[in-house]
Design a protein around this ligand. Structure first.
Ligand SMILES: Nc1ncnc2c1ncn2[C@@H]1O[C@H](COP(=O)(O)OP(=O)(O)OP(=O)(O)O)[C@@H](O)[C@H]1O
Ligand SMILES: [Mg+2]
Length: 456
């Protein structure tokens, strides 16, 4: 070994170390965490942890910063960040990770598109794997030191137990599953599991989040005034209880009381062949524009397999999106709310709509009938997990439903005794679904189908 070679090797190492330290520095944000958002380091040895809180209490940022710090400290750490549906990670958790933890421009997050991201790699061989339980594929063949199920109430108990099996005693001595969630139904399995002490549930509050509460001045920050006192305070019913007040409560007077996510939600891979397809549309701009694609199988069962649920979408742009998403699928009919101008906008872009049958009471009966489980053990209405194509971040951060599926649990009777009309809030997917089911009842139930194309 010549001295010059030695110097070169050492110089290379020095440069590598400097680059490593630079990357670590730019990837280490200095947030202050308060309350239960700050205790993750003290819970070593706890295998199941759940940060629970109203919307925007800082849970996601706290968990991501914890994971990031572990990844730097423990070379070769393996982490899984998982959501029930993979696409829903893209605009929420991964944005928080890339923007607020690592920082845009950071080379560790810059190379791959977020939608197709499968893993984040650290220079010390630590890895954060990304996935969804809708397409578990390879994520469940690996083992992990930390597993972060984001929005944990969306998982089934079976999912949760499957994830626990993937924990390993690797480079980090305290493998753990650390989830976060907003509260949900009182009898949700995750609440029960926490009440039994199997999962350690830690509550987080808006005043724990420095972005919203100024602890020195003891007052809401301007962002806190806008978000907590503004947006969240405008919520109503069960959503207010859960997303503003952090309470596990049930909606009283639920209209579709037979709705059961274990029965009515299915994975896209389990869909049967469709005999025909329809689309149902409800217009909105400040409220979400909703377009639902329904497939009907040979037994007449209806499956909501794709959905646009988006605010601030112009009808003309929606028309383009609808056509792109539909591709070469043959749509037998388009049913829409009655707004003449909006229907005309769609017509000019090749989507000819039939005005919906908006009879509320009959529509509700029709949907209820389809949701009811029949003698063969199956209902006649299903929603495909992950049907909604893009999560509307404005709605999500305001604690509002972001899909038809998310409306159902909070869709309640105005008068719980008389049960004659629904509360008119968060019902855009509900209306659209009624239009579709009324079309099936009126047009398909009685007539032979005449197949036709929209003239695009
Ligand atoms: N410790 C902190 N310091 C500064 N800003 C924070 C902190 N914690 C959270 N925030 C900011 O507050 C906002 C909400 O945080 P976050 O998304 O982590 O909340 P959450 O509890 O996960 O919300 P949700 O229930 O809606 O998922 C984000 O913009 C985040 O950057
Ligand atoms: Mg969150």
């Amino acid at each position: 070994m010549s001295p010059s070679w030695l110097n070169k090797a050492r110089w290379t190492q020095v440069r590598k170390d400097a680059e490593f330290n630079r990357l670590r520095r730019i990837s280490s944000p200095s947030y202050v965490f308060r309350g239960n958002n700050s205790v993750l380091w003290d819970l070593q040895g706890e295998e199941e942890i759940l940060l629970c809180g109203a919307a925007g209490t800082g849970k996601t940022l706290a968990i991501l910063c914890f994971i990031n710090e572990l990844a730097w400290r423990y070379a070769g750490l393996r982490v899984l960040i998982v959501r029930k549906v993979r696409v829903d990670l893209t605009r929420t958790t991964l944005v928080t990770y890339e923007r607020d933890v690592m920082g845009y421009g950071n080379p560790l997050v810059a190379t791959v598109q977020r939608e197709s991201r499968k893993v984040y790699r650290y220079p010390n061989k630590s890895e954060i794997v990304i996935g969804g339980m809708d397409r578990p594929g390879s994520i469940l063949s690996g083992e992990y030191d930390i597993i972060y199920p984001a929005e944990a109430v969306q998982f089934t108990l079976n999912d949760w137990e499957t994830l626990i099996m993937r924990l390993r005693s690797g480079v980090y001595p305290y493998p753990a599953i650390i989830g976060d969630t907003n509260p949900d139904r009182k009898e949700h399995w995750l609440k029960q599991r926490s009440d039994k002490g199997v999962t350690k549930l830690l509550n987080t509050y808006h005043k724990d989040n420095p972005a919203y509460w100024d602890i020195v001045a003891q007052q809401w920050t301007p962002a806190g005034v806008r978000y907590v006192l503004g947006k969240l305070s405008r919520l109503t019913g069960v959503r207010k209880e859960r997303y503003l007040l952090n309470k596990w409560v049930n909606a009283e007077g639920m209209i579709y009381e037979d709705w059961n996510e274990d029965i009515h939600l299915i994975n896209a891979d389990d869909l049967p062949d469709f005999k025909f397809r329809i689309r149902s549309i409800d217009f909105g701009f400040n409220n979400p524009f909703v377009c639902q694609w329904w497939g009907v199988d040979y037994d007449g069962r209806a499956y909501l397999y794709r959905e646009i649920y988006q605010t601030r979408l112009l009808v003309e742009d929606a028309a383009v999106l609808i056509k792109n998403l539909t591709g070469d699928e043959h749509i037998q009919a388009d049913i829409a709310d009655h707004d003449a101008e909006d229907r005309e906008t769609l017509r000019r872009r090749g989507i000819n709509t039939i005005p919906a049958d908006k009879a509320v009471s009959e529509g509700l009966q029709e949907v209820m009938g389809r949701i009811r489980v029949e003698d063969d053990g199956k209902p006649r209405l299903f929603i495909v997990r992950g049907a909604r194509v893009t999560e509307d971040i404005e709605l999500k951060s305001a604690g509002m439903p972001t899909s038809t599926q998310e409306e159902i649990g909070g869709y309640i009777w105005n008068d719980k005794k008389n049960k004659d009309e629904p509360v008119k809030a968060d019902d855009h997917g509900m209306d659209t679904m009624r239009y579709a089911m009324m079309y099936l009842r009126n047009e398909v139930g009685t007539k032979v189908l005449t197949e036709w194309w929209t003239d695009d």
